[in-house]
Design a protein around this ligand. Structure first.
Ligand SMILES: [Zn+2]
Length: 259
């Protein structure tokens, strides 16, 4: 890159950061952190919610729509049927200020099945959410792809049924704007994700501005790439002390960006 191109690129990033800082009320540095917890593990999600509440923060939970139903087809070696919560709990957590977003109907790998079938599963997922989750509005929702695996065809279609979607890619996104539709994420597993979360936080803070969307699952032994309750509490406590950091669920980050 020539020096002039570099300067132009930097100026563009700075302008974006500054226009966002007006919305977020901070200095020139702005780091949004969204820890995006998947699947719907009852025990872990209750504990995560309580930990966020200690700091007056909202957690970001992504739920498999049919996981609570008898005879459902949600199967994976790290997801046992008896571990899942239900919409009674999800509504309670919503009332307590947490974000509950869709993570597929039955956790199918949507990119590897026929497009019509994949679309049908997304729509069935949204139908369950509309029926079971109080006040659910798909046009304010983020659809979180199971396994973070999307296809170009699904990515093109999804904005017609939801506000945005989360799929695989870098964990550090540009700051959200009104036109943000695709959010990228990543994670670590199957063993503890703690070291990798720390490294990702460091990478985020090394930039002037950015939005880290890190995909987690459960606590202790629950879910893929778990973290410990003590680690989560210490992480939130540490990040809360940094002036440039805002800890916000993904859909709320989009809303606060004016989208
Ligand atoms: Zn999942």
């Amino acid at each position: 890159m020539k020096r002039r191109d570099f300067m132009t690129a930097c100026t563009g990033a700075a302008v974006t950061a500054l226009s966002n800082t007006r919305l977020w009320g901070t200095g020139e540095r702005l780091h949004i952190v969204s820890l995006s917890f998947d699947d719907g593990f009852r025990k872990s999600f209750i504990r995560i919610a309580e930990t966020y509440e200690k700091f007056g923060l909202s957690a970001c939970f992504n739920i498999i729509a049919s996981a609570h139903m008898p005879g459902n087809k949600v199967r994976d070696d790290y997801m046992k049927q008896e571990l899942f919560g239900d919409f009674g709990l999800w509504n309670e957590l919503l009332d307590r200020g947490h974000e509950i977003m869709p993570h597929g109907y039955q956790h199918a790998h949507l990119a590897s099945i026929p497009l019509a079938e994949a679309k049908d599963l997304v729509l069935r997922c949204l139908e369950i959410f509309a029926k079971e989750l109080r006040g659910f509005d798909p046009m304010k929702a983020v659809f979180n792809f199971p396994y973070n695996q999307s296809s170009p065809e699904l990515e093109e279609w999804l904005p017609s049924v939801v506000r945005a979607f989360r799929t695989t890619g870098g964990m550090i996104n540009p700051l959200p704007t009104q036109s943000t539709i695709k959010i990228t994420t990543g994670g670590w597993g199957p063993d503890s994700a703690e070291k990798h979360v720390d490294e990702t936080v460091e990478a985020l803070l090394a930039q002037p501005a950015g939005w880290m969307v890190y995909n987690l699952h459960g606590l202790d032994e629950e879910g893929w790439g778990p973290i410990s309750p003590g680690y989560l509490e210490a992480l939130l406590a540490r990040l809360r002390k940094l002036d440039s950091v805002r800890i916000v669920p993904t859909a709320r980050a989009l809303m606060q960006a004016g989208g």
